[in-house]
Structures are given as C-alpha cells and as structure tokens.
Design a protein around this ligand. Structure first.
Ligand SMILES: Nc1ncnc2c1ncn2[C@@H]1O[C@H](COP(=O)(O)OP(=O)(O)OP(=O)(O)O)[C@@H](O)[C@H]1O
Ligand SMILES: [Mg+2]
Length: 284
C-alpha cells in the first residue's frame, strides 16, 4: 500500500476548521461519539477532554505511544472506568456506561489479548460463558455447538480442529478468532480490540486482520488499538492518535501517512504535508 494515499476521504471532502471527520458516507451519525472525556487517577491525568467518533461499518485505529491513554479510553467505553467529565452518545442518544454489563447490553464487546477467554473451557463453552442456552433444566449443548460452529464458519475461521477443544490448546491467532467470534455471535455493534496482533506471527496476524475486515463487512464499528503501523495502514479507514492523554489527530486514513502518524504519536503534532491537509482534528 502506498504511503501517501491522497484520494478523497470515504466520508466526503475534508471538513473545514479541523473538525473530526466521523460521519459515514451520507453524513450519518457515528455509532459512538465521545465528547470532552477526561479521566484522572489520583495525581495522574490519563485523559484530557478527548473527542472520538466511531462510525459503523468502519475500522478506526487508535494509536499512541505507551501510556498515551489508549487502554484507559477503551475501558471508559467498556464501562470499566467512569469518566470524570464528558459525554458519550450511542446512536445519537446520550448514554452513561456504568459497567461492562451495560456496555454489553448496548452491543459493545472488548477483545483483550490475554484476558478474553477461559483456558480450561472449550470453544463452545467460552463463546456461551455466562449466556448459556438452556432447554428445560439442562444446557442445550447441540444448539450452542451449532451456533458456535456457524459463527466461526461465517467468519471463515477454518483452522480450529474441533470446537470442543480447550482454548488452552489454541494458537494466539485462533484465540483471538474465538474471542472475536464470540463478540459477533452476541450481535455486537462495536468491537474494540486492544493490541490484537501484538503477540502473533505473520500468518496469525493475517487471520486477525482478515477477521477485522469481516466485522466491518458485517456493518460493525471496529476500534483497533495498535502500535503496528503496518496493521493500521492495512485495515483502518480512520486514524485517531492519542498523545499524553490528548487526542491530537483524528480523521480518515487518506489524510495520514506513516510518517505523520509517527510524528503525532511521538510529539503530538506533525508538519507533514499529508497531515496538514485540514482533515485532521487538532487539539492543543
Ligand atoms: N488504574 C490506574 N491507576 C492509576 N493510573 C493509571 C491506571 N490506569 C492507567 N493509568 C495511567 O494512565 C496513563 C495512560 O495509561 P494507558 O494504560 O491507557 O496507556 P496506553 O496508551 O494503553 O499504553 P500502552 O501502549 O503501554 O498499553 C498512564 O500514565 C498510566 O500509568
Ligand atoms: Mg494499553
């Protein structure tokens, strides 16, 4: 992929005045919109008035150096942390996400690299954990097995030998695939993946990136946290860059190149031509 893609952003012409370009084609409201989100832990201010838009049917890459606030922002959306200030809008409606359960009921699923699955349980048990199907007083194993198999097949996850194999025996990429399939099965609308490919080899990374594409194809909003600019430029439609708790740039991928993303990540600004095209949101 070229480093300086300059074609028109998918959402139309760059917005004047440095506004975030979040609306999907046709100017639709983003699925999730954050405005002015702040969060501190004691003396540490982790987030300063962060704005973020996550449109449906698009992949947004959340980038930033270590400690930039990516995981804290993800946990605010996932209902694990409560923001000190700011507003969240889900499908245009103001919401307060007070717990992971409330996030799940809206249709928000988070896939963490290591914490997502229970090692000692098999694939079907993991996918239905806490939401088991019952027939009278017993588990409806056939129905759960069928749904799990169909979901995996629908996502073209074909490398697992048996859906009854314990998750401990899966490769890192297969684990990610099961975690993503679980999110899809529960009719999620937003899936957030925190460093999904950090520990993966080339083939497994390929599989996870393909899955991300498929989620997008199903019309979901996807947020991918990544340090890996190859991944970002391969799957993202939009880029959002945090620097020391501030959202320093946000826009369609075509407004960035690798160098400008690195500039924003490391210094909070960029003077590069592509990034200065007016389609990024700058906050000082
Ligand atoms: N529970 C917490 N208590 C206190 N400080 C925290 C807590 N969680 C995060 N922080 C602080 O908030 C800041 C942002 O942390 P965060 O984990 O979001 O970074 P990150 O962008 O995810 O970094 P990395 O790329 O290393 O995962 C850091 O200074 C961190 O020390
Ligand atoms: Mg993190």
């Amino acid at each position: 992929m070229s480093l300086t893609r300059m074609e028109e952003p998918a959402g139309g012409a760059p917005a004047p005045g440095g506004q975030a370009l979040a609306n999907g084609p046709g100017g639709a409201e983003p699925l999730l919109k954050l405005r002015g989100i702040s969060k501190h832990f004691g003396a540490v201010q982790a987030l300063y008035g962060v704005d973020l838009d996550l449109p449906a049917g698009h992949v947004t890459a959340l980038c930033g150096d270590n400690g930039a606030g990516k995981s804290v922002l993800t946990k605010v959306i996932a209902g694990i942390h409560q923001p000190d200030h700011g507003e969240m809008y889900w499908e245009g409606r103001r919401v307060h996400i007070r717990s992971p359960k409330e996030a799940a009921s809206l249709g928000i699923e988070t896939v963490y690299q290591d914490l997502a699955l229970a090692d000692n349980l098999d694939i079907v048990q993991n996918m239905f954990l806490g939401r088991e199907r019952m027939s009278r007083f017993t588990l409806n194993e056939d129905s759960m097995e069928r749904a799990a198999a169909e979901t995996l097949a629908g996502l073209h996850v074909t490398t697992v030998r048996s859906i009854r194999q314990p998750v401990a025996t899966l490769s890192g990429g297969q684990r990610q695939a099961v975690a993503v399939a679980k999110a899809v099965m529960w009719n999620s609308k937003l899936v957030m993946l925190d460093e999904p490919t950090a520990a993966l080899g080339v083939a497994q990374t390929r599989m996870v990136l393909d899955l991300v594409e498929r989620l997008k194809g199903h019309g979901l909003a996807v947020m991918v946290i990544s340090h890996n600019l190859n991944d970002v430029f391969e799957v993202a439609d939009r880029v959002a860059v945090l620097h020391l708790g501030r959202m320093v740039a946000q826009g369609w991928l075509s407004a960035f190149n690798r160098e400008s993303v690195v500039d924003f990540m490391t210094t909070g600004g960029s003077t590069r031509e592509v990034a200065a095209s007016g389609s990024n949101q700058r906050r000082d």
